[in-house]
Each structure stands twice: as C-alpha cells, then as structure tokens.
Design a protein around this ligand. Sequence first.
Ligand SMILES: [Zn+2]
Length: 232
Amino acid sequence: MTTLQQIELTCPVCETHFRSQAVVSTNSFGGKRTDFHERAAGTQPLPYLVHMCERCGYTGAERDFTEEADVSPMLREQVWTELAPQVAASSALQGALPGAAPSKPGVLGSEKYEAAAKVAEWQGMEPRHVADLLLRAAWCCVDEGDIEAERFFRRKAAWAFERALDGFDGVAPEERAVLTYLVGELWRRVGDGDKARQWFDQVPQEVADVTTQQWVIDAARQQRDCPREWFG
Ligand SMILES: [Zn+2]
C-alpha cells in the first residue's frame, strides 16, 4: 500500500507556493508486468512522484522544485507558452462541471508525466530520461483506464527509447539489451507485431554479459513467440 503526505512546494518558474501530495512509502505487490510496470495495493504511487504547479504548469519531481532545478529563461518561456494555457483550460473545465470543486483541478498522473517529459526535453535531458517519463505516463493511463492515451504514450516512449539507443552514449552497455527488449514490448503492446519482432530479434546481439542477462534473451523470445502479461 501507498502512504502519502502533503508537501509544500515553490515553483521555480512562477514563484507560486502550492501544496502537493507526495509518496512517503509504498510497496509493490502481485509481480511485475512484462513492461516492468509494478503496482501497489490500493493507491498507486506513480501520480504522486511528480508535482505540477497549478499556476504555470511547470512539472517535475520534488528535487525539480529545489534550488537544484535547472530553470533557464528559455524554459520559463516554454512553460508559459505551452503548459500554462493547458492548466488554465483544465481548471476552467473543472470549474464548469456541476459539483466540481472551484479551485482544485484534479490533474491526472498521465498529464503530469506528459508535462514532466516536456520540461525534461526543454531542459535538454537525455532521451533515456524523457523516455522513462513517457513510459510512466503510459503506466498511469493503464490505471486511468484510457486505452487510447496509453497507446499514444507507449508509442512516444518507444520512440524516445529508440533515440536513446541510437545515441552512442545514451545508454550504458549493460542496459542496452533490457531497453531493446522494452522497445519490442512497447510495440507489441501498441499492436505493431512487425516492429516488436524486429526489436525482440535484436536483443541477443545487445547482451553485454550472458551470465547475468540470459533472462532478457528468454523474455524477448517469450514475448515474441508466446506473449504473457506478467513475468513469472
Ligand atoms: Zn509555476
């Protein structure tokens, strides 16, 4: 189960102070899905690991709201141009719904990760990091029950992981096989069997150490030939 607590944050873009819910502790249960998605009993922790400024839409992990945050004038402008209008639109929508709380927009986890991925991209973060955020957006969509959005983010995550694998330094050698497998699994879950097969077939060549990574070769073969939803 997941325990949350309220934290106070100050937005490094617009200086707004706001409250957000953060994860104190969580534990996974029931195994891991074959795209590495782990779930907790009860409340899922993922949506509470990122925070969105309710005024300008700047989004990130808790440390992105500290002095360590990398906020350039350019980033500030991009946040105001692209994220702020979305926040305004979604609060207006919430306010318009009968019975909706007037000032507390309930932002979905997937929306927060989508915004966090944009911020990370604007900050020039590595594709690998952006890809992780997009994958988390897809995982949130699973819990939100939005299959269309889930596919959209799986596709975007797959492309971002592909970009990371393309870059020579983007991925550590011992991670290449796992990420190659993951790209295959993302395409499989999107329903693109041909692309999935191409990536699964590449996994053995990417393995850096057969003694510790035989499981990746086995997982790729399994998901190619006889897919399962969960790791055994
Ligand atoms: Zn802000």
